[in-house]
Write a protein that binds this ligand. Structure first.
Ligand code: CTP
Length: 395
């Protein structure tokens, strides 16, 4: 278990959704977290500790008095954790946390935790809506405990309503947010992403292979690190990252206007969009019938260079561009750095499968006036954070 993303204490309580905690554990590990588990006695009746021990690769703390290798497991685990996640948070455990009751290993460990705590409630709708539970949740929130869910839907008891455990992705995402450094609080980050669509007529357009994943990962990571993020997005199929203000555009011209307007209120701009370099000079306002004549009449004109225009207006602000190349990566990136006047060019070789359009990984070099930093192939979220680290060191 590498744990490069952080150490998470998973606190599993006795609700039917306890089995989902196994998937949460896996999701956290996949994201690069090391996970250890504490369970209530009731939780062990739903899922055996052996399952969590095998998945986490560490003993599960179910008792204050029997934990291999430690005489004081609650303190050791509390000090070890960078974040604690309670899944499913039952009405009983929420009540104990609100009152500071520590009558078993799980609640004692949570009381000893100084790290951020996330609770993911899962229970019957009436238990959730009970004023006692609501008051307890209010108390916990006021103390800075984070909450994810519950969702609405069909509950295990057959009732329909609020109380359903949040999805595994939501819980993992919220837990990762607790682990991110909050080093961009107060910074306003502007990002563009995706392709642009350049209209030939109302039906047809010229586009490129960009999916927008890289830019969305940057917007997501910046928001997690506390920045105020505006994402100007070309057409994509991606969901808006939590806490990000998204402005949808289609064409290079629209993206240009949206970016220059938004840059007035930004400290940093990151241009990851694959903006079309050329656009039809005179798009038809009606659908063109297929004909050689229409084809020959399509004239292309160069689009405005958003990155160059932002650089011209940037003053002391930081502007980052991308260079997608298939050969002579570093030489072209250096040339772009100089020609556009950017602070950093993120160069990637799109001829390689791990860094091509649509991939979930990227292998980039950070090219700046200070030199070239070649990064390993890594998930897009890590590439995003490496770019933000570069910015955070200078902003
Ligand atoms: N870019 C932009 N506006 C454009 C075109 C590109 O802001 N109209 C930005 C992209 O978002 C990216 C960088 O410029 O950050 C890429 O540089 P670009 O000149 O587009 O690269 P190529 O099109 O590959 O150019 P060349 O063929 O000259 O290498």
């Amino acid at each position: 278990m590498s744990g490069e993303r952080g150490r998470v204490l998973l606190a599993v309580c006795g609700g039917i959704a306890a089995y989902k905690a196994c998937e949460v554990l896996r999701g956290l590990q996949k994201a690069g977290c090391e996970v250890r588990v504490t369970m209530t006695e009731d939780a062990t009746r739903f899922v055996g500790p052996a399952t969590f021990a095998a998945l986490s690769g560490a003993p599960v703390a179910t008792s204050l008095f029997e934990y291999p290798g430690s005489a004081i497991p609650h303190i050791e685990l509390a000090e070890w954790a960078n974040a604690a996640v309670v899944v499913p948070a039952t009405a009983n455990v929420l009540a104990k946390l609100a009152c500071g009751i520590a009558d078993d290993c799980l609640t004692t460990t949570l009381l000893a935790c100084a790290c951020p705590v996330l609770v993911a409630p899962g229970m019957n709708v009436h238990m959730w809506q009970n004023p006692a539970t609501q008051a307890n949740v209010g108390t916990l929130r006021a103390r800075g405990v984070c909450l994810v869910g519950p969702d609405s839907g069909r509950l295990a008891c057959g009732d329909v309503g609020e109380g359903k455990l949040a999805t595994v992705d939501e819980i993992v995402g919220a837990a990762l947010a607790l682990l991110s450094p909050r080093d961009l609080v107060g910074r306003r980050v502007l990002v563009n992403a995706g392709p642009t669509h350049e209209a030939i007529d109302p039906v047809r357009y010229i586009a490129n292979r960009s999916t927008g994943k890289m830019g969305y990962a940057i917007a997501d990571a910046a928001a997690r690190r506390g920045a105020e993020v505006t994402l100007v997005s070309g057409p994509t199929a991606l969901a808006t990252p939590a806490g990000v203000r998204r402005i949808d555009v289609e064409s290079a011209a629209q993206m240009h206007d949206a970016m220059l307007a938004a840059f007035e209120d930004a400290d940093v701009a990151i241009c990851s969009a694959a903006v079309a370099d050329y656009t039809p000079a005179a798009p038809a306002d009606h659908k063109l019938k297929k004909s050689r004549e229409h084809l020959d009449a399509i004239q292309l004109t160069e689009t405005a260079d958003i990155l160059a225009d932002l650089c011209a207006a940037k003053g002391s602000r930081i502007v980052v561009g991308f260079a997608a190349e298939t050969d002579d990566l570093i030489a072209y990136a250096r040339e772009k750095l100089a020609r556009k006047g950017a602070d950093l060019i993120v160069a990637n070789d799109v001829s390689r499968p791990e860094s091509t359009f649509g991939a979930d990984t990227n292998r980039v070099a950070l090219v700046s006036a200070e030199g070239v930093e070649q990064l390993e192939t890594m998930p897009l979220a890590d590439v995003a954070n490496a770019i933000l680290d570069w910015i955070a060191r200078r902003a």
